[in-house]
Design a protein. Structure first.
Length: 391
């Protein structure tokens, strides 16, 4: 039996800590390439090639799997989006999309314009050289309309991290379809559909040796189950049902995830495995008493603050980290920077980006959120045109 939803005043404080952990993993991973010129091991047959990287890279081998932070973000996103929508007093899709637009798009567009104007580098030059002067404009427009992930030449241009912003936005667009399926088929049926689509596409990816047809890899359903698993957990928690994955031992999820890092036939499913581990992690916290949601101490408070500004850091960090070697070599042209030292300096620059993004959150993200609330008040005021399309 479905019970009443938990009141909207309930706050799940530990989610900021999880966002912070995910962000720190991403910073750890994106600091590798500027320092070493590589960020992961290659493959020899079906197993990892430990001889294809500099020896100084091997002590940091665990960092090469820290891209897992992106999958954690997707799981947390699915949880938070469904939680916010279900507990909202205004459930129209118009309000939903206005809220998501102003939370995500204005800060994203500002970051896009900043990098387009001030840090074009070889990303834009190479694209223009390949496709003429108009290619750079097309690249910018594809990013502005959040469809750049459908063009391989543009997916990681300007800012490599932007591919996931486009995918997230597209997952928001099909979120109403997920809810419709959950109401027609139940959450188990909806997740089965999402799982079949995602695992099917990931199987195609492996069979095509990680180079699938152009129109398959960027489809948002490639990540649908990974994202929807978080939404299913949120629904269980809101309505007081047994939590998704709560009865499954953690090792049952962790072991396939670890195996997928080193065994090529499983690697295509690693994103999915990581998201399920993240959902299990969230579920384990939700089952704890409310007093465990926030922990005292400087470390936990620092994580909370990093989690609060994590979106801004994610938007801005990668091109800035990529600049660190050029800036150091320009300032100290006769100094040799060992890759490990360069890695530490690059990671330190990531810390400075986190500090700066406190201002970015205050000056850009919060005003954008308030603008969205103002628009929602305008469109939902008495006498406004009623919402027609509902699921």
């Amino acid at each position: 039996m479905t019970t009443a939803a938990k009141p909207a005043s309930d706050r799940i404080a530990f989610l900021d800590h999880i966002r912070a952990v995910a962000l720190l993993l991403v910073l750890v991973f994106h600091s590798l390439n500027p320092a070493f010129g590589v960020n992961s091991l290659g493959w020899t047959g079906w197993f990892r090639d430990f001889g294809g990287v500099p020896k100084s890279f091997l002590p940091l081998l665990p960092c090469s799997f820290a891209w897992a932070g992106v999958a954690v973000f997707f799981a947390v996103s699915g949880f938070c989006i469904h939680l916010s929508h279900e507990r909202s007093a205004q459930k129209s899709w118009r309000v939903f999309f206005i809220r998501r637009f102003f939370r995500i798009y204005p800060p994203y567009l500002l970051a896009l314009c900043l990098f387009w104007v001030f840090l074009p580098h070889d990303r834009l030059a190479g694209e223009a050289g390949a496709g003429g002067a108009g290619a750079g404009v097309g690249q910018f427009l594809s990013h502005a309309f959040l469809v750049h992930n459908f063009q391989p030449a543009w997916a990681y241009a300007i800012n490599g991290s932007f591919w996931s912003i486009a995918t997230e936005f597209q997952l928001y667009l099909i979120y109403p379809l997920l809810l419709l399926m959950s109401r027609r088929l139940g959450w188990r049926g909806a997740l089965c559909v999402a799982a079949v689509l995602e695992t099917g596409l990931r199987t195609v990816e492996f069979l095509w040796d990680f180079n699938p047809p152009v129109l398959l890899r960027p489809l948002p359903v490639f990540y649908w189950f990974s994202w929807a698993a978080g939404a299913r957990l949120a629904d269980d928690w809101i309505y007081g049902r047994p939590l998704f994955l709560s009865k499954i031992p953690a090792l049952v999820l962790v072991l396939p995830m670890l195996a997928s890092f080193f065994f090529k036939p499983l690697f295509s499913y690693s994103f999915l495995f990581i998201s399920l581990v993240a959902v299990k992690w969230i579920a384990s916290w939700l089952e704890r008493p409310e007093g465990h949601f926030s922990r005292p101490g400087v470390g936990f408070e620092l994580l909370r603050r990093i989690g609060l500004v994590s979106y801004g850091v994610y938007l801005l960090h990668q091109p800035l980290l990529d600049l660190v070697p050029d800036l150091l070599h320009g300032a100290f042209p006769h100094v040799y920077f060992h890759p490990l030292k360069l890695y530490a300096l690059t990671l330190g620059a990531g810390g400075l980006v986190c500090l700066f993004c406190g201002l970015f959150y205050q000056w850009v993200e919060q005003p954008s959120i308030e603008a969205g609330k103002w628009v929602i008040r305008r469109v939902t005021r008495p006498g406004a045109r009623p919402e027609r399309v509902r699921v």
